[in-house]
Design a protein around this ligand. Sequence first.
Ligand SMILES: Cc1cc2nc3c(=O)[nH]c(=O)nc-3n(C[C@H](O)[C@H](O)[C@H](O)COP(=O)(O)OP(=O)(O)OC[C@H]3O[C@@H](n4cnc5c(N)ncnc54)[C@H](O)[C@@H]3O)c2cc1C
Length: 637
Amino acid sequence: MELDSKCPTGPIETRWDRHRFNLKLVNPANKRKYTIIVVGTGLAGGAAAASLGELGYNVKCFCFQDSPRRAHSIAAQGGINAAKNYHNDGDSVYRLFYDTVKGGDFRARESNVHRLAQISLNIIDQCVAQGVPFAREYSGYLDNRSFGGAQVSRTFYARGQTGQQLLLGAYQALERQIGAGQVEMHPRTEMLDLIVIDGRARGIVTRDLITGKIESHLADAVALGSGGYSNAYYLSTNAKGCNATAIWRAHKRGALFANPCFTQIHPTCIPVSGEYQSKLTLMSESLRNDGRVWVPAVKGDKRPPAAIPDNERDYFLERKYPSFGNLVPRDVASRNAKQVCDEGLGVGESGLAVYLDFRDAIERLGKPVVRERYGNLFEMYQRITGEDPYQAAMRIYPALHYTMGGLWVDYNLMSTIPGLYVIGEANFSDHGANRLGASALMQGLADGYFILPNTIGDYLASEKLPKVDATHPAAREAEAQVAAITKRLIENKGTRSVDSYHRELGKLMWEYCGMSRTAEGLRHALAAIPVLREQFWRDVRTPGSGEELNQSLEKAGRVADFFELAELICTDALERNESCGGHFREEYQTPEGEAARDDANYSYAAAWEFRGVGNPPALHKEPLTFEYVHPTQRSYK
Ligand SMILES: Cc1cc2nc3c(=O)[nH]c(=O)nc-3n(C[C@H](O)[C@H](O)[C@H](O)COP(=O)(O)OP(=O)(O)OC[C@H]3O[C@@H](n4cnc5c(N)ncnc54)[C@H](O)[C@@H]3O)c2cc1C
């Protein structure tokens, strides 16, 4: 299969403008003749549904939560990047572009990343106009702070609740369109299949999570903004409901899945505390602006952190990376934390933690300033651990957090199924092998507010899309398939809970396809996962019925998809014989222990085609070329 990225050529600064000019337009009076389905109400889906409604399209929008404003984006804490250069510290669109291509370890498309950096400016203006309460300086200017992988302050924030405030902005815009009758909202409704007619995406099959009703919704195009798949690892910083079902079932209908093994492990999370824990909590990267990461200099030092003097501490990030210090990118910070713990220097009961210490910041800035910047994060830490971070250093450890992989899309955000668009974390996006902090919110809103509303019109104006309805055989077949899976899960009188299988799968993934990977470990996982998957289908117990609210049933379907996706993640990780960004293969590292890329052989996006459960998927490659930011060994020293 030929993967045409449709990336424009010519000077990078004008590519998006020229591309937009060349896209066909739908006449304003004709927009009401089209219906677009948007799955997801997070920052990507919410922004897209509101913007498409505002343009005059009929929109049908879906989410599985009881309200669109409960999408997982609400959890985002630290901030959103934009190259406004308010601090006059040398930032520019080009620098954000450069940092993002480099931060992603040269595994993203230059054209996309430059467009993202350009649009970052519009996002802040749009959100301010909506009334998003970004933090301000005394002068009234919007305040900024720094995130990993950057030496400038470009992260806009609203205390530690940036996602919530941005989502309220998108949600209000969405509600306006719901009120105006442009958007038909379907909360508590889960997409369980994609309807493909004559090779084009024409609708979805859903299950009403309250009544269990399975039905088809038809449209002229479908956009998936269904979020990431970190929960394939069971323990992650994502909300418990986050899942891969929408994109996975679209993958099974023909959409290629790109770079599934590019998963991000965030360095600063509250460490695992026991076998029955069901999720992990993030401590925002913003804390690394003022917090210092360290471990005791000698093994077995059990003194409380405050009793360990400076000369007996190892501030390992500051020591190894003097230029970026504690603000190295996430992949680098996570690997270094793992390394010191593997060397036996970890702290806490499990030894799987390092300190994040605000002692010096409190001395320098005073408690009120620290409280103003990070108060709600400190409170969250205290509520979960019972320890007061104003008094004692926090303990943190890396955890699964974000997935750079996702459905392959071209420059227009269209997947390999014509008419199927993918936005936000659900696509394979612009972050290459490692996302920089505060760039996911930027990408989700760029996709939803600014890119999709421009590109989807080109498709609608170019295609002849005959009217279709739910009696179409393709819709009937998809509905029957969904009903059959639901029935099989309910009728299985097994012995083990869905969660117990999910936990076992997550352990395999974390152990063999987590922070570091080896060919041997990946082969082990690839042998173990299908065995566990078959056992799951034979032995899972799903209580209740399919005609009511049944969260076990919802979870069972999602975990069934995680099993298949997990196999693809490991296959991709095994195939990529190099280290890059979050994909660290132990066999491929520099003498200093950094990721060693193999540009000659792996400078491509790996896009996988589904060939049936248990059959090896087919690999298609989209070559990546770099005209502006030339691939070098990433250095943050
Ligand atoms: C704790 C935490 C903190 C973070 N902090 C930051 C930060 O400070 N800055 C930053 O840039 N990024 C941050 N991120 C990452 C960022 O929040 C996410 O990448 C981003 O919000 C994803 O947005 P989205 O719109 O793509 O998906 P989501 O917000 O996950 O929304 C997915 C939507 O899809 C719907 N959906 C999913 N599947 C289905 C289905 N089958 N049927 C119907 N509906 C479905 C859901 O109901 C939901 O509405 C953070 C992530 C976490 C976990």
